[in-house]
Each structure stands twice: as structure tokens, then as C-alpha cells.
Design a protein around this ligand. Structure first.
Ligand code: NIG
Ligand code: FE
Length: 405
């Protein structure tokens, strides 16, 4: 692998706080170097600095002209549901006309309609679908993504989903408890099946397990049973919690030592304080709140209270058909009242912490992966400012410039 020098960059920007996840005022600390370079060798960043301090270069170095651009760390999407077939455009139109997401779910649509489409897809179809979604993400600057399964809810399709996610370069999370499939009896009977029949193999394919703890999905006792079994099998624990209602998800996440609790749109002041006093990372998904016309999560209160937060897209066909972390940064600034620096940290090194990779991903610093996004701007804050615009000019993955499709 050759060396890569990105030179004459208007700015090189990276989260500044030591350690991860950054919380409180550290969330908003970034280092900005003007007229700067990034040098990588063998897929790893070798040096970052000002042009005037550029030392001698390796012989085989390939140069990229960074004039008019800013470099930020490759974006890390720590919460997606990218492995699905079909779409929910019909449901989207119905919701526009007044139907609610929860009503559609209760009537057998929603998640279950994607389950039907995903079960009907072959493993090759699934690989093609997630490959397409992965290309969209890259074009938006996402160099690392997590994806959940959860649209199979039978053994074969759940395991095929986890394999397809890994084949597409994603970090697989087993969302075996996403909804109660109608062909498996009640929630408890379904969990007997999922834990007994799917978990042993899922635990070999996935890094983490996730559950939808919500009215109409799984209750706290069921979520606990599922997560206990998953932890026993060696998986990191995550929860979809407080999306529509508070059902004790924050307390459960803390008690079980979960890595994250994701959503939090319905979290009240007690939940904010409790979460802030814990190690659990709150993953905020503002595109999902926007897409469903729901209240935004209490981001500012969480940060002020000292909670660790990350930002993610929640990319999926039903509640957030949005793969763009730059759009999430815009929503973070306009809807969650996070500054651009807080947003950047939340979808780089803090998101990497959710995925257990903060020692290697999410910063432009020597020793970190050479995953780099070049913005088409001379002020890095365009990342959040240019709402929905073509702000990502180039992407470097593991030290190699990527052809964006
Ligand atoms: O994170 N809330 C549960 N799961 C997903 C939505 C999945 C879907 O609607 O297909 C979420 O919003
Ligand atoms: Fe989700």
C-alpha cells in the first residue's frame, strides 16, 4: 500500500478531547489546523500538521490536492438498519396523509411489511441491497457503519442478514428482538425461539445485540431476558429505548451494562439525569424524529447533564430513509441545538466508542485509520451548515481514495 499525502488543505479538523466518549464541554472541543496536510502510510495516519511543518516524504507517496477543501475524520454511523429488501414508500404516503407509524405497525404493516419483503429476498438479493445502501453512505462520507439485522425474525433470514452486513463491510448487530412476528406466537414464545435457535449462531456473526423495548414490541422483562441471554453469549448490549414511551429502558440499560441506549425522544428529566450518571452512551437519531414528525430527543439537557452522546442516521425504510450523516449534523445544529463541533465529535469518535473502536476510528491523528472525508468548503462547519447539499467532495478509506458511486 502506497503512502498518501493530502496537501494544502484549507483546514484539518479533529475532535480534541482525550479519551472517548467525550462528554460535557469536551464534546465541543475540536482542533482546527489551517493550511494543513494529512499523511498516511499503509492505511494508517502517519502525520497531521501545517504545510510549513511538512517534513521529508516517503518515496512512493501519492499526492492529492486539498486546496479549497477541509479534511474531517471519516464519519461513523453507529446505528443503521441497512439490510432490508423492498421499501415503504406506500406507507410514507399514507403517513403524509395522516396515518401514524404506531397505527401502521399495529395493523401488521410497518416493520412487519419489511420483514415479509426481506424474507422473500435471497441472500444474493440482500447482499445487493446492502451494497447499494453502503454506496449511498460512502457518498455521504460514512466510512464505517454498523447495521442491524431485524427484518428476518426467522433463523435463516436473520443469519443471512448478519452475513450480508459483514460482507458489505459493516459491523453486524443482531436485532433479534425487533418485532414479534405473527407466525411465532406471542412475544415470549418468539423469544424462546430466538434465544434457543438463532442466538448460538448469531453470536458468532454479530458483535452486539439490540432490542426494541416499546409498547407494541417487547416489554422490559422480555428485553431483560433477551439481553441477559445475549450477554451470556458474549455480545455487547444495545437497546432501542424511549422512542415513543418511557418503559424503564434507561434503568435496564444501566443495570445490564449496555453500551448504548438509542432514540430517547421520550426521555424525561429523571431519565436524563440517570443516564448522565452512567457509562451508557445515548445515541440520538434526529432524522427518525423528523421523519416520523415526533419530538426531538433532549440533546441539550443530556449534554449539559454530562451524558455521553453519539449521533447516527437510524437509516431504515420505515422511520428514517436517510443515510446522510451530514444531514444529521444539520439536524443536530438546527433541531438539537448542538454546535457543529459537538455534532462532529458525536458522529466520529463518540460513535466509534459505541462500536468499541475509538482507539482506531474517529480522529485525524497519527495511529488512527486513514479514513478521511474532504469537504467541498474552506470552513469545515459547512458539514452542518450546507443542509442536504453536496458537501462531501472526496472520501479516503484505509488510505485509498474511493470512487464515489
Ligand atoms: O429505529 N423503532 C424501531 N426500529 C426502527 C424502525 C424500523 C422500521 O420502521 O422499519 C427505528 O426507528
Ligand atoms: Fe433503529
Amino acid at each position: 500500500m502506497t503512502a498518501l499525502l493530502i496537501r494544502d488543505l484549507a483546514q484539518v479538523v479533529t475532535p480534541a478531547a482525550e479519551g472517548a466518549p467525550a462528554r460535557g464541554s469536551a464534546l465541543g472541543e475540536v482542533t482546527v489546523l489551517e493550511d494543513a496536510f494529512v499523511l498516511s502510510e499503509g492505511g494508517t495516519i502517519a502525520a497531521v500538521g501545517r504545510m510549513r511543518d511538512l517534513g521529508s516524504l516517503p518515496e512512493d507517496v501519492r499526492e492529492v490536492d486539498g486546496r479549497g477543501r477541509c479534511a474531517v475524520p471519516g464519519l461513523v454511523d453507529c446505528h443503521t438498519h441497512a439490510c432490508f429488501a423492498g421499501d415503504r414508500v406506500e406507507e410514507f404516503a399514507l403517513r403524509a396523509a395522516g396515518a401514524s407509524y404506531e397505527e401502521l405497525h399495529a395493523a401488521g404493516g410497518g416493520i412487519m411489511s419489511t420483514v415479509r419483503a426481506t424474507r422473500a429476498a435471497s441472500p444474493a438479493d440482500l447482499e445487493r441491497a446492502i451494497g447499494r445502501h453502503r454506496a449511498w453512505m460512502l457518498r455521504s462520507g460514512t466510512t464505517t457503519f454498523e447495521s442491524k439485522s431485524g427484518y428476518g425474525l426467522d433463523r435463516e433470514t436473520e443469519l443471512a442478514s448478519l452475513r450480508a452486513i459483514a460482507a458489505a463491510g459493516g459491523i453486524p448487530t443482531w436485532l433479534g428482538a425487533h418485532a414479534v412476528p405473527t407466525d411465532q406466537g406471542d412475544a415470549d414464545a418468539y423469544l424462546d425461539f430466538a434465544i434457543g435457535e438463532v442466538l448460538p449462531e448469531a453470536a458468532r456473526l454479530a458483535e452486539a445485540a439490540d432490542v426494541f423495548l416499546e409498547r407494541g414490541a417487547f416489554d422490559a422483562a422480555q428485553a431483560r431476558r433477551y439481553l441477559d441471554a445475549c450477554r451470556e453469549a458474549g455480545l455487547v448490549l444495545r437497546l432501542h429505548g424511549d422512542q415513543f414511551t418511557e418503559q424503564g429502558a434507561v434503568q435496564l440499560a444501566i443495570e445490564l451494562g449496555a453500551r448504548s441506549i438509542d432514540h430517547l425522544e421520550a426521555t424525561g428529566p429523571d431519565g436524563v439525569r440517570t443516564l448522565a450518571d452512567s457509562e451508557v452512551i445515548g445515541v440520538l437519531l434526529p432524522a427518525s424524529a423528523l421523519f416520523l414528525d415526533r419530538p426531538m430527543p433532549p440533546a441539550r439537557a443530556l449534554v449539559e447533564a454530562g451524558a455521553a452522546i453519539a449521533l447516527a442516521t437510524d437509516f431504515n425504510p420505515g422511520s428514517s430513509f436517510c443515510e446522510s450523516l451530514p444531514v444529521i449534523c444539520s439536524l443536530a445544529a438546527t433541531q438539537l441545538h448542538l454546535g457543529p463541533a459537538e455534532a462532529l465529535t458525536a458522529c466520529t469518535v463518540n460513535a466509534a466508542a459505541v462500536l468499541g473502536r475509538a482507539d482506531r476510528l474517529g480522529r485525524l491523528a497519527a495511529g488512527y485509520a486513514a479514513d478521511i472525508v474532504l469537504l467541498d468548503a474552506t470552513d469545515w462547519r459547512y458539514l452542518a451548515y450546507h443542509l442536504g447539499g453536496p458537501v462531501v467532495a472526496e472520501v479516503v478509506l484505509g488510505g485509498e481514495p474511493v470512487e464515489l458511486r
